[in-house]
Design a binder for this molecule. Structure first.
Ligand code: ADQ
Length: 483
């Protein structure tokens, strides 16, 4: 069975929100995010379709079209699927394994069975909507098996896969009891994309260790010039799969749409600063509340700087905005408790009634409001233990085209490769975070010109390598690879 869509994106989540009116009627509406915005022009031009789970268990809208003409095609999941496929295998097995075992992954055979089953259902829905010879772009770690399943059921398709999280070293990945199946699943694609060259290298090493008859690496790394874009994107290697197909593997660092963060409302930013009591330095953290993001470590570093007198509570304020995330999982609950305990302790020690030193929000903010915080912040603090890329760092940089501000950035965030002019730190070492924070805070007085140059260089990098370039170069390479 096939449909009539020439371009299909398949992701765990459909970009929709469910809202319930006062009278109880429920309506689904599109919720544009970075990925949707980047892919919308392609989706709209090629009668595109987005396949994904609508985000509510045991409920799904009928397929519907967005205003731009993109078909949103839901894959329903039951509450039991959600538990085993999403919370279990995706987020308690793959997520910690791919983030270098910051917590111990659980290997549960029952979760794996459901993961495989749900991947088959996603592939079956793609089969329904994809036209003969269509291009299908599969997103992220929840759907690692989909390329392989589609290769079997729909050999006519050109299939791309992009991983949004890190790819771990082969020695870690080999722990996974289902490692061969996963590699075989990925090798069903014509092109496999990662954020960084180092993740590509990890994957190639893994293929050479476990793939055996699944695939072999041939030849030297291949450079593919993508015409019409200001950068050269590399297909790091071509692998020959067991069925003789050539599979491209390359690094495509994801980015943001700077246009959505362009013009901040100065009055709103000033109002925020006044509400904080006009501190000399505003530090900012913005993250999903995830144990990979190192939120506690940055609080501990800030606390020690206050305790030693290196920062004065009258001068410095830390604003932490943490989006609720995966709240039913034990490690996420523990992370939240530890963060909130630290916030309480720091304010108890250094705050006054009218002036807390840490302002903590456990909620998501609209982009427009987030942008005001980015503009407001003198120092953005991004300290993940491991992060595929980290878009928050790039969003902050995009809001400081005038050279103001400073970025403290973990060496273990993928963004560190492009944003190497940041104040880099090792989040496993509290002293290293403290040095980076102080370097940024004092830099404004000691070397303002150098600080501005660093921010300007990062701004140029982010604006020249935006999300359109990311999507465009992946799709160009995919077309090449599928030939
Ligand atoms: P995430 O782990 O979610 O993404 P990140 O790249 O920082 O991490 O993206 C988070 C997005 O959510 C940003 O666009 C940010 O603005 C938004 N956000 C975060 N907190 C928010 C809040 N409180 N209110 C509103 N918005 C908030 C995964 C990988 C990353 C990779 C991306 C994209 O883990 O490494 O960069 O996918 O590939």
């Amino acid at each position: 069975m096939s449909g009539d869509n020439d371009f299909v994106v398949v992701a765990n989540r459909l970009p929709v929100d469910l809202s319930t009116a006062a009278d109880g009627t429920q309506t689904w509406s599109p919720s544009p995010g970075g990925l949707v915005a980047a892919l919308s022009p392609v989706l709209e031009k090629h009668s595109g379709c987005w396949v994904g789970w609508p985000g509510v268990a045991d409920a799904a809208p009928e397929p519907f079209h967005t205003e731009g003409g993109v078909l949103l095609h839901p894959v329903p999941l039951t509450a039991a699927d959600y538990e085993a496929f999403y919370e279990g295998f995706s987020n308690a097995t793959l997520w910690p394994l791919f983030h270098d075992l910051i917590v111990t992954p659980h290997y549960e055979r029952a979760w794996w069975e459901v993961y495989r089953d749900v991947n088959e259902r996603f592939a079956a829905e793609v089969d329904k909507v994809a036209a003969p010879g269509a291009t299908v772009w599969v997103q992220d770690y929840q759907l690692l098996l989909v390329p392989g399943i589609l290769r079997q059921t729909r050999p006519d398709l050109t299939i791309g896969f992009f991983l949004h999280i890190p790819f771990p070293g082969a020695d870690l990945f080999r722990q996974l009891p289902w490692r061969e199946e996963i590699v075989r699943g990925l090798l069903g694609a014509d092109l496999i994309g990662f954020h960084l060259e180092s993740y590509v290298a990890n994957f190639l090493e893994l293929v050479s260790q476990v793939a055996g008859p699944l695939g072999s690496r041939i030849g030297q790394p291949d450079t593919l010039i993508v015409e019409g874009t200001p950068a050269t994107r590399r297909v790091g290697a071509r692998i020959t799969a067991s069925d003789g197909r050539s599979v491209g593997v390359g690094a495509f660092p994801i980015s943001i749409d700077p246009a959505t963060l362009g013009a901040a409302d100065d009055a709103a930013v000033e109002k925020l600063r006044a509400e904080l009591g006009h501190p000399a330095t505003v530090l900012l953290g913005v993250d999903r509340l995830d144990y990979t993001k190192g939120i506690l470590q940055r609080l501990l570093a800030f606390e020690e700087l206050l305790a030693s007198g290196s920062l004065a509570p009258e001068d410095a304020v830390l604003v932490q905005i943490a989006t609720p995330s995966r709240e039913r999982l034990e490690h996420y609950r523990r992370t939240r408790s530890a963060v909130e305990e630290a916030v309480g302790r720091i304010n108890g020690t250094f705050g006054t009634i009218s002036r807390p030193v840490v302002h903590y929000f456990h909620r998501s903010l609209p982009k427009q409001q987030l942008q005001h915080y980015y503009r407001l912040a003198d120092v953005m603090v991004v300290t993940p233990f491991k992060d595929g890329m980290n878009l928050v760092a790039k969003e902050y940089v995009a809001c400081h085209g005038d050279g103001s501000g400073a970025l403290v950035l973990s060496e273990f965030a993928g963004a560190g490769v492009e944003l190497h002019q940041a104040h880099l730190c090792n989040p496993f070492d509290i002293d290293s975070i403290k040095r980076a924070l102080l370097g940024a805070v004092r830099g404004f007085q000691w070397e303002p010109e150098a600080m501005a140059e660093r921010m300007t260089a990062m701004y140029e990098q982010v604006t020249a390598h935006d999300v359109d370039l990311w999507a465009g170069s992946f799709l160009d390479c995919m077309r090449e690879a599928g030939r």
